[in-house]
Design a protein around this ligand. Structure first.
Ligand SMILES: [Zn+2]
Length: 64
């Protein structure tokens, strides 16, 4: 029995990669979307949050 198993980088599950699969190196389309979505949202959240902090963090700091 050939051990042609791979580990999905999204869910960490072991699966048998299909050479014809379009979701490699992920085990399924779901995991591909999860990984891609998480990566995008993470990248998107950092500049978005940092840009909102200076304007919304100190509303009453300019009070003399
Ligand atoms: Zn997976």
């Amino acid at each position: 029995m050939p051990s042609a198993q791979a580990k999905c980088p999204a869910c960490g599950r072991r699966y048998r990669p299909d050479p014809a699969s379009a979701y490699r190196p992920f085990c399924s389309e779901r995991c591909q979307l999860i990984d891609l979505g998480g990566w995008l949202s993470e990248r998107h959240a950092i500049p978005g949050e940092a840009a909102e902090v200076p304007t919304a963090a100190k509303p009453g700091d300019e009070d003399p």
